[in-house]
Ligand binder design. Structure first.
Ligand SMILES: NC(=O)c1ccc[n+]([C@@H]2O[C@H](COP(=O)([O-])OP(=O)(O)OC[C@H]3O[C@@H](n4cnc5c(N)ncnc54)[C@H](O)[C@@H]3O)[C@@H](O)[C@H]2O)c1
Length: 339
């Protein structure tokens, strides 16, 4: 196989971004089919990108014999079902994070994936494919900061996204599962250990509507890893200044900071308002390049028949810790994580 024919299930914010990326920036792949429950999104694929097949039901897409691999980019509540069906139909599958909203559902998908070892099955933690986050990992591996013992990581969205997020909460599992899945994964990746326990705080400080949905607009979690390293994780839906993703890793011999000072690029503006940097509006702008690298990596690994370093076990752990953080927030107490 030298060129991969891809099918996408889900064509919303992420699906459309991946469709454009495959169309313009990914080598050795083409977009054969897409599926969405919204006709407008299917029209985007049909008329803007000339995608040959469009479906409203994912099972019809999975019947296409010409297809090689499937990307599950649907609402989080649908991931486990779509991934299981795609694996059972014989395809290599990439699934956006999180794999599922419960540990039990993650384990069921993993059981199916384990029974099909020749099919690649992964979940997207795109920050691992961002140049700066990957560079930090390399520096840690080289011993530059000694032994890492503290990760502080945040996912902070601009307040202007709140309208979208209000409708999104019920499908995404809430702020810990949705926003902090990446921060959990980074803490595990950089500290090379699993979470032992978490204590989460937060509330709806600006938008009461999130409290009515048992969610929050700003949250803070303190965690302890099994190797005794410390973690501090933040998520916010209410930043005035922009999308502000940040991570800091402290080790016995130094500190690595990713995303400081916050900025869209390296340009500083000096004018009548003072000296400043502009900042990105959304994660799509900040992480565009990482989505390209991640998709290219998935395609290359499928073509070469190789496994990827990120696994479904990583996805299981992100869900396990996200569930514990949500529970800690609701019960207002520390949660020791069962395994
Ligand atoms: N890696 C990241 O940084 C990142 C960022 C945003 C979202 N995500 C993840 O990507 C996924 C999609 O998010 P989004 O923001 O694009 O959501 P969205 O609401 O914009 O789009 C959801 C899509 O799923 C489709 N869909 C829903 N139910 C379906 C069904 N039963 N059958 C077929 N299609 C169905 C919809 O038609 C729509 O196209 C989520 O799981 C989310 O967690 C990841």
């Amino acid at each position: 196989m030298d060129k991969l024919k891809l099918g996408l299930i889900g064509l919303g914010r992420m699906g459309q971004k991946y469709a454009e990326i495959i169309d313009s920036s990914v080598k050795n792949a083409s977009l054969l089919a897409v599926c969405s429950i919204h006709d407008k999104e299917l029209d985007f694929a049909k008329y803007k990108l000339d995608v040959p097949y469009t479906f409203r039901n994912h099972k019809q897409l999975l019947e296409l014999n010409e297809l090689d691999a499937v990307m599950v980019l649907s609402s989080t509540v649908e991931h486990a079902r779509h991934m299981t069906d795609a694996l059972n139909a014989g395809f290599h599958v990439f699934c956006e994070k999180p794999l599922a909203l419960s540990v039990e559902d993650c384990k069921k998908v993993i059981q199916v994936a384990d029974s099909k070892p020749s099919q690649l099955a992964i979940v997207g933690f795109n920050r691992r494919f961002d140049k700066s986050y990957a560079y930090a990992k390399q520096k840690i591996a080289e011993g530059l900061i000694g032994k890492p013992f503290l990760v502080r990581s945040q996912t902070v969205d601009k307040d202007s996204q709140v309208g979208f997020q209000q409708n999104y909460v019920q499908k995404s599992g809430g702020i810990f599962m949705d926003y902090n899945a990446h921060d959990i994964d980074l803490a595990r990746w950089y500290l090379d250990s699993e979470f032992h326990s978490v204590y989460a705080l937060g509330g709806s400080y600006k938008h009461q509507v999130f409290e009515q949905m048992n969610d929050a607009d700003n949250v803070l979690t303190v965690g302890r890893m099994r190797n005794n390293a410390m973690v501090q994780i933040i998520a916010s839906r209410t930043a005035a200044h922009g999308h502000d993703t940040y991570c800091e890793i402290t080790g016995t011999e130094g500190v690595l900071r990713i995303g400081r000072p916050a900025g869209k690029n390296l340009v500083e503006i000096y004018d009548k308002n003072g000296a400043r940097r502009e900042i990105v509006d959304t994660f799509l702008e900040r992480f565009e390049e990482s989505f390209v690298h991640q998709t290219q990596s998935f395609v290359d690994h499928v073509i070469k028949g190789k496994k990827m370093s990120v696994t479904l076990k990583d996805a299981l752990e992100a869900t396990r810790v996200g569930v514990a953080m949500t529970k800690s927030f609701m019960l207002k107490k520390e949660i020791v994580i069962d395994r």
